[in-house]
Design a binder for this molecule. Structure first.
Ligand code: GLV
Ligand code: MG
Length: 350
């Protein structure tokens, strides 16, 4: 174990000091783009104004013969787009640690656009050792190329071993930004019997006991991902990180996507991946608090200005704990309001 007093020291001479607290940013959706596709890339400057995070994907879904083109395309799109003026995050998903591309992914990207890059998403993280490797390498590259702001690391939780080590991954480095559920790889790694990318399964259900009259037994579909999301949220929040739902692969079923995103939001997630333009509007709807909930939360905060004691509002007991619950909602509403003038008015925060 690293000594606590060394935890925040830069890992290379000349690398920037790690953040003590994560920068506060609205990240309702991490929008994936294929950087080897020139047509998609040319639309990134326009796209950047409409999403919270643009992620250039270099890993799965990029064919082997396009890996280099994707990396070069990412550098080109980073250079051609002004992400800072809209506060939009720039992320990349690099290839996995056991692949032949990861070194060039990091070397080329940090050397050419390291100062514009906010977060590196690392797939198939198995344990803290994977984070330590990336952490050291990024520090060396930051130092070598004079990068002034630390590049953060986001792990995809998508192997059984990664889930078993989730707490150690979350606390592995001050460079950690958060984690995303990767339901497709995770399903394969665990031997789950589904070909779906995220979402539920009609056969995963609970059924009521039989009755003596032989009536049809009530049954309800359950959420396959509940356990993993809860585990990921606890590991992240215990370490001051952010948790995200990953991909929802059925682009034709917006209703199911919205239900899955909403469960993740209610459970504590900050956002989700959007792989299709249709999913951006869904994420905007879901990852912002409900206006009625915001109005009630504002009343709680106003009724208990110093956050202590107990009051009754509409017959409901409020105390220090509900004040903290209200703060979570009000703080998020303010963050959303800064970016979305219509919601700011709806929330009464304009
Ligand atoms: C994402 O990478 C997944 O495997 O679901
Ligand atoms: Mg995956």
């Amino acid at each position: 174990m690293k000594l606590p007093r060394r935890f925040f020291q830069p890992l290379a001479t000349g690398a920037p000091a790690p953040f003590r607290e994560l920068p506060i940013k609205l990240e309702r959706m991490i929008h994936f783009v294929p950087p080897h596709n020139e047509k998609v890339r040319s639309r990134v400057p326009e796209l950047a104004a409409t999403v919270d995070v643009v992620l250039g994907n270099l890993e799965d879904a990029v064919p082997i013969d396009q890996k280099e083109a994707a990396r070069k395309g990412f550098v080109a799109m980073a250079q051609a787009t002004d992400f800072a003026s809209t506060g939009t995050g720039l992320w990349t998903r690099i290839n996995a640690l056991n692949s032949p591309w990861i070194l060039d992914d990091l070397f080329e990207i940090v050397s050419q656009v390291g100062d514009k890059l906010d977060v590196v998403m690392v797939p198939k993280v198995e344990g803290p050792w994977d984070i330590h490797y990336i952490d050291q390498l990024l520090a060396q590259l930051e130092a070598r190329h004079g990068v002034s702001k630390p590049i953060l690391v986001h792990a995809i939780l998508e192997t059984a071993e990664g889930v078993a080590n989730v707490d150690a991954i979350a606390s592995a480095s001050p460079r950690m930004h958060g984690m995303s559920l990767g339901p497709a790889d995770l399903a394969a790694s665990r031997g789950m019997k589904t070909t779906r990318v995220g979402g539920g399964h009609p056969d995963y259900r609970v059924i009521a006991d039989p009755t003596s009259d032989g009536a049809a037994r009530a049954s309800a579909q359950q959420d396959l991902w509940h356990y993993t999301i809860a585990k990921m949220v606890d590991a992240c929040m215990a370490n001051g990180l952010k948790a995200f739902y990953g991909p929802f692969g059925d682009f034709s079923d917006g209703e199911a996507c919205e239900a899955q995103f909403r469960n993740a939001f209610l459970m504590g997630c900050a956002g989700a991946w959007t792989l299709h333009p249709n999913q951006v509007a869904i994420a905007k709807r879901v990852f912002a608090p409900d206006p009625a909930e915001v109005a009630f939360a504002v009343r709680i905060v106003e009724a208990m200005p110093d956050g202590t004691g107990a009051v009754m509002l509409d017959g409901k007991m409020q105390d220090d704990a509900t004040w903290k619950q209200a703060k979570v909602i009000v703080d998020l509403a303010r963050l959303v309001a800064e970016k979305d003038p219509d919601l700011a008015k709806t929330y009464g925060l304009a």
